[in-house]
Ligand binder design. Structure first.
Ligand SMILES: NC(=O)c1ccc[n+]([C@@H]2O[C@H](COP(=O)([O-])OP(=O)(O)OC[C@H]3O[C@@H](n4cnc5c(N)ncnc54)[C@H](OP(=O)(O)O)[C@@H]3O)[C@@H](O)[C@H]2O)c1
Length: 316
């Protein structure tokens, strides 16, 4: 029986559904491409009654994602580093939005953000881990390279603290905004023996984006007996604020617009045909090749264990 049919029948019968994600489920392809916009890939969808959390809602891809999901009827809980920034961003968007403060370098702030979201008493249909930074120099947070902290560890805590709300949604999705840049991670991948960044900070962004991909992979395994899924994607090169700390020469040509950049995010978060797709990697609204390291299950499991150790005090 199709997994979806089973879910409907089980729901009608009023029983809880605990289904394995079909390992044989082929990832559907779409007609969308590099030029598609978030508005186009969500055209015709009615997201009324659904709730999305979007981190980094005040800028670039996160803002466009929030705008379009709210336009389609979803309630979007948008996080920004300050409540003021979140309010300002939400004020620019039509539809139902709720701003929440989230500063990913401060794990107490991550816990507080999760607690605020929990008090809203909603299931989370889409948990979109979008906020991120690229640094041009070596910076640390409590001795750990900063991009790894912001792009990976902060989101690791947030996800753990909200995961029960995702798994209790009809079909919850964790959507991890990674990057094609994960291929440039330091030799050996995740630097388990030295997270200081001293010897590899120039590849620190790629290192953190590899961590995003591996996090999604391990999470997909852990969600395998639930209705929820986790997938990672690259938005492609997009014209946003993310390169603000880099020299102009670091900006690649032919950037996508922010709404083109948000297309794959919105596609993976909402496309009905992806309900059973778990542990996949997408680019331009289609399944995409990734590095061998980003599919390394042993590395993914090891990263999960280390992340748990590093954030233990802030996990539930
Ligand atoms: N743009 C690209 O070419 C590209 C390519 C591949 C992947 N990506 C990924 O796409 C995602 C979105 O980036 P973007 O291009 O839209 O960049 P952006 O315009 O700079 O937006 C990044 C968002 O993250 C927030 N943020 C930064 N540091 C944070 C912190 N410490 N705590 C909480 N939030 C923080 C920013 O808040 P502030 O505005 O307050 O700083 C902003 O809302 C990132 O994960 C990035 O790695 C982007």
């Amino acid at each position: 029986m199709q997994r979806r049919t089973f879910i409907y029948r089980a729901a009608l019968a009023g029983i809880a559904v605990q289904l394995p994600i079909g390992a044989d489920a082929e990832t559907p392809h779409s007609e969308f491409n590099r030029d598609s916009t978030a508005d186009e890939v969500t055209a015709g969808l009615n997201l009324t009654g659904k709730t999305a959390v979007v981190t980094g809602c005040n800028s670039g891809i996160g803002f466009e994602t929030m705008r379009v999901l709210a336009r389609r009827g979803a309630h979007v809980i948008g996080t920004a580093r300050t409540l003021e920034k979140g309010k300002e961003a939400c004020g620019k968007v039509s539809g139902k939005t709720t701003p929440v403060a989230l500063e990913l370098t401060d794990f107490d702030s991550v816990v507080a953000c999760a607690n605020v979201i929990r008090t809203l008493n909603v299931n989370i249909d889409m948990l979109i881990l979008n906020a991120g930074i690229i640094l041009g120099d070596w910076q640390q947070v409590n001795g750990i390279e900063k991009q790894f902290v912001v792009n990976h560890l902060g989101h690791f805590i947030l996800t753990q603290r909200l995961l029960d709300r995702v798994t209790s949604a009809a079909q919850g999705r964790v959507v991890v905004v990674g990057s094609g840049n994960h291929r440039d991670a330091p030799e050996g991948g995740i630097q388990f023996n030295d997270l200081s960044g001293r010897d590899w900070y120039r590849r620190g962004y790629a290192h953190s984006k590899l961590a995003n991909g591996l996090f999604s992979l391990e999470l997909s395994q852990r969600l395998a007996r639930t209705r929820a899924t986790s997938n990672c994607l690259t938005p492609g090169p997009v014209d946003t604020n993310i390169r603000r700390d880099l020299p102009a020469s670091a900006t690649p040509p032919n950037l996508k617009s922010p709404t083109q950049g948000a297309a794959t995010v919105c596609y993976v978060a909402t496309q009905p045909s992806l309900a059973q797709v778990n542990g996949e990697y997408f680019a331009d609204c289609n399944p995409a090749p990734q590095s061998k390291q980003q599919t390394d299950r042993a590395m993914a499991t090891k990263l999960w264990r280390m992340s748990t150790e590093l954030t233990r005090r802030h996990l539930i």
